[in-house]
Design a protein around this ligand. Structure first.
Ligand code: FPP
Length: 256
């Protein structure tokens, strides 16, 4: 009884904090997260690194729900970088199975929550079972119109920019277009993020202060928020804190 009452009190206080945020209205439309620190989380507990990734996967559910609740429109999660192939084979194998594990379990919840699943990254080199899971979720959720849950999977920003430049080059009609027709907009169109708005807020967990080849073009004017909290320990309250900090920032986009 007492435990239930304490839980209820905690929930009420959480709702109050969420409402405080919602009243402000300045909710970032697109939040991107570098979910870092899974390995260290596991190591501190004497567990194999993959245990950290498993725990990290469970955090995603909470943050998706919270994003939806706060009215975030796009949540991009850096799940696997083009550099992550360099990790030991058993870890890569485990990471490649995560989308399947996550989506098998979560797809009904994502449908219920009106979430649209997307992927940003190169499909080449991804195992068939990984792609099947992601493509199936993209297909099943394509008519939803709520939060876009965008997995950056086999994603590397420099590779993405090179691909975009190549595509842009091939798209130029030498008869009617000149080099001056190349603009930020024309290049952006060929990035893997396509029509997605650039992130307003970037969160990186685990105390590392770097971008690790993540959305280098798209983050040009984003607000950054770093925390020492390891991704498996990341909670809705940490997420709210990042949003509150964002709400107080004044974005000048190079102006005054
Ligand atoms: C970085 O931590 C994390 C990753 C490379 C993988 C992140 C993946 C998840 C959180 C789960 C993804 C789930 C789905 C559904 C795609 P790290 O291993 O580099 O940690 P460390 O810096 O402490 O070693």
């Amino acid at each position: 009884m007492l435990k239930k009452l304490t839980e209820l009190k905690k929930q009420l206080s959480q709702n109050k904090k969420d409402i405080e945020l919602l009243h402000n209205e300045n909710i970032p439309e697109h939040v991107a997260i570098i979910m870092d620190g899974n390995g260290r989380w596991a190591k501190r507990r004497g567990l194999p690194r993959v245990a950290g990734h498993r725990e990290g996967m469970n955090v995603i559910r909470k943050i998706v729900r919270q994003s939806n609740k706060l009215g975030v429109k796009v949540l991009t999660l850096y799940a696997f970088s083009t550099e992550n192939w360099k990790r030991p084979k058993d870890e890569v194998d485990f990471l490649m199975r995560l989308p399947e594990r996550y989506l098998n379990k979560e797809l009904p919840v994502l449908m219920e929550e009106n979430v649209v699943v997307r992927m940003t990254g190169s499909k080449e080199d991804l195992p068939r079972f990984t792609l099947n899971a992601v493509e199936n979720a993209i297909e099943k959720t394509k008519n939803n119109d709520g939060l876009i849950l965008n997995f950056a999977l086999n994603y590397g920003s420099r590779y993405e920019i090179i691909q975009a430049v190549k595509k842009l080059y091939l798209s130029i009609d030498n008869q009617t277009e000149s080099v001056d027709d190349i603009t930020e907009e024309s290049l952006s169109k060929f990035l893997m993020t396509g029509d997605l708005k650039d992130p307003d807020l970037l969160i990186r967990t685990s105390g590392e202060i770097r971008l690790s080849n993540f959305m280098l073009w798209q983050l040009a004017y984003s607000e950054f928020w770093f925390t020492d909290v390891l991704w498996p320990d990341f909670t809705e309250e940490h997420f709210n804190e990042a949003i509150r900090v964002y709400q107080k920032r004044i974005r000048r986009y190079g102006g005054v």
